[in-house]
Design a protein around this ligand. Structure first.
Ligand code: SF4
Ligand code: SF4
Length: 330
């Protein structure tokens, strides 16, 4: 780490960590509002990437390693702050039904902001992170592609930099789209992709955006797991909620593949998946993954190695349907 990066890192540790902690405290105040949806007893804990990274031994962590990556963080913090404070701008008597043409306009606006896919789902409370709260249970889930060439370079500071930039772009898009909905008379709350109030992969699955792989990430038909996710929570009642997920076959593909587990540098995958009290199933031992994640630029090897990051979704589906998964594809 060069001198400039060390100085920035020290600033991140002293100022960035405090700023982030303040944001977490403000976020916690949502739970004190009336008529909000609260987490449940068995809701998952949020992994605090920023805090964990800045508390990890200085010489070891490489998540916030390059000056470029650290420079993006203030913008991410501003987006998170905006997503929290802007709920005051919700209309006092919001409309609850969106006409088709406005939903179409919303889609077009989202695409123009770089959003890759949009899905709709009701929010089960068990997906809200412990001690967090959201205003509404109608969710608009958004994904944004991460650059393929940079993912191929994982683990590297270039990859980490691109991921932080994607967080930033998606965080901005989430705030802009939320402002758009408010401008049309609806109540809305922007989620942020970095942290967030809700466990995004299962929510994205309910919204039909894709299906989870054993690496715990959503696999989308457009970009495989090379996406970041966020959600907007709104009072709009007539959204086209997804009823059936067409990507369930991916679960069977994973059972034949297992490439992410074989390539994982942290040897973090369980031989047999673990079931949790709240019904979640995980394939990854967090205590094995996190050190590698923090020490090697956010790792990302499981995304890079997933065939869906590299090979066309329909091609993989065709091979899967023939009952033989071509080893060259995986
Ligand atoms: S991020 Fe790295 S260490 Fe963690 S599960 Fe994926 S490949 Fe393994
Ligand atoms: S690498 Fe293979 S097993 Fe792992 S998530 Fe991707 S498809 Fe599933």
């Amino acid at each position: 780490m060069g001198l400039k990066a060390r100085m920035m890192r020290l600033m991140m540790e002293s100022i960035g960590k405090r700023q982030y902690q303040k944001l977490v405290e403000r976020e916690a105040q949502f739970a004190e509002l009336e008529n909000v949806l609260l987490s449940e007893k068995n809701s998952p804990e949020r992994f605090e990437i920023v805090t964990e990274s800045l508390e990890y031994p200085f010489e070891k962590t490489k998540l916030f390693y390059s000056v470029k990556t650290m420079r993006i963080m203030p913008s991410n913090f501003r987006n998170i702050k905006k997503s929290i404070t802007s709920i005051d701008q919700n209309p006092s008597v919001p409309q609850a039904k969106i006409p088709d043409h406005l939903l179409q306009e919303f889609h077009e606006y989202a695409k123009s902001l770089g959003v890759s896919s949009i899905g709709y789902s009701k929010l089960p409370r068990k997906l809200i992170f412990k001690n967090k709260a959201v205003l509404h249970d109608n969710c608009i889930v958004l994904s944004m592609e991460m650059n393929k060439e940079k993912i191929e370079k994982a683990p590297s500071s270039e990859t980490a930099n691109m991921i932080m930039r994607t967080y930033d772009d998606l965080g901005k898009a989430s705030n802009q789209l939320t402002a758009y909905l408010r401008g049309q008379g609806f109540s809305a709350q922007a989620g942020h992709p970095l942290g967030g109030l809700v466990l995004y992969p299962p929510l994205a699955e309910l919204a039909g955006i894709g299906y989870h792989g054993i690496h715990g990430l959503i696999i989308t038909p457009e970009h495989g797991p090379r996406v970041r996710l966020t959600a907007i929570y709104t009072n709009i009642e007539n959204l086209p909620f997804t009823e059936k997920n067409p990507h369930e076959w991916i679960g069977f593909f994973c059972a034949k593949c297992g490439r992410c587990a074989r390539k994982c540098p942290g040897i973090a995958f369980f031989d047999e998946p673990a079931s949790h009290k709240n019904g979640f199933i995980t394939h990854i031992r967090n205590e094995f993954c996190f050190p590698v994640f923090l020490e090697y630029h956010g790792c990302t090897v499981c995304i890079k190695e997933c065939p869906f990051s590299r090979v066309d979704y329909n091609k993989l589906k065709k091979h899967f349907n023939t009952q033989t998964v071509d080893p060259d594809l995986i």
